[in-house]
Design a protein around this ligand. Structure first.
Ligand code: FES
Length: 129
């Protein structure tokens, strides 16, 4: 299996929680990188329903199962809603909310790697493909 390449996104200091970046790889993949509560996650920017740019959708939370008339909002900032028809995905795993074992989007490993910038070391967010 070929070794994975690290694609630099931007310095971690410029990528705060709640933000996203969308990149294009040399081989034509579009990937969305999200900072969720201080950790980085990367998803293929392609909705498995009908091909929308999934990673441009709203980042939100969800209601967890509860009793009749009860609404418990959970996981704020961890759920991505497709901009075309509203399918929702867990940013942390790529799995859909409605059918997590059958419908999912590809995920990629992320890391913060040290780069030298003059005399300083900079923590750079990377995605491995
Ligand atoms: S294309 Fe994403 S929900 Fe339809």
């Amino acid at each position: 299996m070929p070794e994975k390449r690290s694609i630099p996104i931007c310095p971690a200091a410029e990528f705060p929680p709640g933000e996203r970046r969308i990149i294009e790889t040399e081989d034509g993949r579009s990937i969305g990188v999200f900072n969720v509560h201080g950790k980085y996650y990367a998803l293929r920017n392609y909705c498995p329903h009908a091909g929308a740019e999934l990673c441009r959708g709203v980042v939100t939370g969800m209601n967890e199962p509860s009793g009749v008339g009860e609404f418990r909002w959970v996981r704020e900032g961890e759920i991505l809603r497709c901009p075309w028809h509203g399918w929702e995905f867990d940013i942390l795993t790529g799995r859909s909310v409605f059918s997590p074992n059958q419908v999912r989007v590809a995920t990629y490993e992320t890391a913060v790697e040290s780069f030298e910038a003059g005399v300083d070391e900079v923590g750079m967010v990377v995605v491995r493909v």
